[in-house]
Design a protein around this ligand. Structure first.
Ligand code: BES
Ligand code: ZN
Length: 459
């Protein structure tokens, strides 16, 4: 397929159909037995105990983006890659992280149970409480709010709009109470200088205050919001590069093998995604001394869990030439849980591509047929949007421990790890070994981002 400029790709999206996948140029495929002999060069070398040990090491603590624990993981991964003789790079990138404030609501000496809203203004405000309904513009017309604390019910419009409407009407703070049981916290979507301190109350407390006000009782309150802050944090990607063995005879093509090393808070992330990282490390070890004619990049990404930040940052560093030369991106994310289902390859658009074709063939040869699906939610996404054939390898259905403190080493299955390492290893080696022809470039035509504006619209 002829390359089109990125803009044209975006416009041409609706025309994009199932794309031709990896086509080895004219040369007839070797017989299956010969192919399996090549697979075995990789498979025989895979040491699943090494994968397991790396997961054990990495999952000793949660590796939240921007923390020291993530940095420890980054150093561990880098030291592994360089111990195999790779050129490595640790790539820093910054992101903004919101530090939640401490909040309190005090009425007549009583401190009520309260939470904050992300991006609320800090401040200490004392004043009369005035009922302001849902704080729609209509609700507020005719209510005197200047210097008052607006008591607002959850619902109908976003938290941000409630706070803005009340602030514009002169309120000095906003209390939003829940319209259902349980505590309430939420986000105002984005920082805004017009916000005033905003806190939440339970439905029970809110309704009690509302009826007291309705009976004509005067209520004065103190709302305190302190230490809310937007912090600059740094996360890192780890990159290890295997150049073609004989540069002059290289194909000029690149394959990326990826995983993410960060985890969510409170979770050891043994499966999500120490499993993918450790499998990448093992494939790097196995490939280190194999003759290859294709560049292989092993990349572990930071800050995946907070919006694929590492993989977006990585793709941003790639020149157009590099993007054109990357013929496939294999993302392994959650590839070792004993409690998850079968190995599935997910692409962002649900179409097959070079990566899924190579891996499907490897799956047949290694005795593990793979299924297909359509899913974003991991680091293959930014590659897809750069026009690169990419797929997410993940056991599906997902284990019940996903994003919980129970995503720990004891749930890891060596069989699952072995199976994934074999398939991805065999698929990558099929392209990278010197006797196979280069892949015909199979760029994907990314569809426009299906982006739902949720943040800021939360109610
Ligand atoms: N490994 C998950 C993605 C995943 C889980 C895909 C289960 C399919 C099934 C990944 O680490 C993750 O949690 N991603 C985030 C999305 C991201 C854009 C913040 C998620 O799905 O919440
Ligand atoms: Zn993950």
């Amino acid at each position: 397929m002829k390359r089109k400029p990125f803009i044209a790709l975006l416009i041409a999206t609706s025309l994009s159909v199932g794309l031709p996948a990896a086509h080895a140029k004219e040369t007839p495929a070797p017989p299956p037995q010969a192919q399996q002999a090549f697979d075995n060069k990789i498979i025989k070398k895979i040491n699943v105990e090494s994968i397991y040990n790396d997961i054990s090491h990495l999952s000793s603590e949660p590796r939240v983006a921007g923390t020291e624990a993530e940095w420890n993981a980054v150093q561990y991964i880098e030291s592994k890659f360089s111990s195999f003789g790779y050129e490595t790079e640790i790539q820093p990138f910054t992101f903004e992280s919101y530090q939640a404030p401490k909040v309190s609501v005090t009425i007549a000496g009583d401190t009520l149970s309260s939470n904050s809203f992300t991006y609320t203004q800090n401040g200490k405000v004392s004043g009369d409480v005035v009922y302001a309904g849902l704080a729609t513009e209509a609700d507020l017309s005719g209510i005197e709010l200047v210097g008052k604390i607006a008591l607002v019910k959850r619902g109908d419009i976003s938290f941000a709009d409630k706070v803005l409407n009340a602030a514009r009407a002169g309120a000095s703070a906003v209390i939003i109470y829940n319209n259902t049981s349980g505590s309430l916290s939420g986000t105002l979507g984005a920082p805004n200088d017009e916000f005033v301190p905003a806190v939440s109350l339970t439905q029970a407390d809110g309704e009690r205050l509302t009826s007291s006000l309705a009976e004509g009782q005067a209520i004065s309150a103190t709302v305190k919001v302190t230490d809310g802050a937007i912090l600059q944090k740094t996360s890192h990607n780890v990159v290890a590069i295997k150049e073609p063995t004989n540069k002059k005879k290289g194909t000029n093509q690149i394959i990326v093998v990826g995983a993410h090393h960060d985890s969510v808070p409170g979770s050891p992330g043994a499966n999500d995604d120490a499993s993918g990282v450790a499998t990448s490390i093992e494939l790097a070890r196995v490939m280190a001394n194999m003759p290859t004619d294709t560049e292989i990049r092993f990349v572990t990404f930071g800050a995946e869990e907070i919006g694929l930040l590492g993989s977006y940052a990585y793709v941003e560093t790639l020149s157009q030439d590099e993007r054109d030369r990357i013929v496939g991106m294999f993302q392994m994310d959650m590839v070792g849980s004993r409690d998850a289902g079968e190995l599935v390859m997910f692409t962002v658009d649900g179409e097959k591509n070079a990566v899924t074709d190579l891996s499907a063939a490897a799956g047949v040869r290694t005795g593990t047929p793979l299924s297909y699906g359509k899913e974003g939610r991991s680091d293959h996404v930014p590659f897809y949007y750069a026009g690169i054939p990419a797929a997410l390898f993940i056991h599906t259905p997902t284990e019940p421990w996903y994003h919980t403190p129970n995503d720990s080493l004891d749930k890891i299955s060596k069989e699952k790890l072995q199976e994934t390492a074999e398939i991805v290893g065999a698929a990558v080696y099929q392209v990278a070994r010197p006797d196979t022809p280069s892949l015909e470039r199979s760029r994907v035509s990314p569809k426009p981002v299906e982006y739902e504006k949720v943040i800021g619209g939360l109610q």
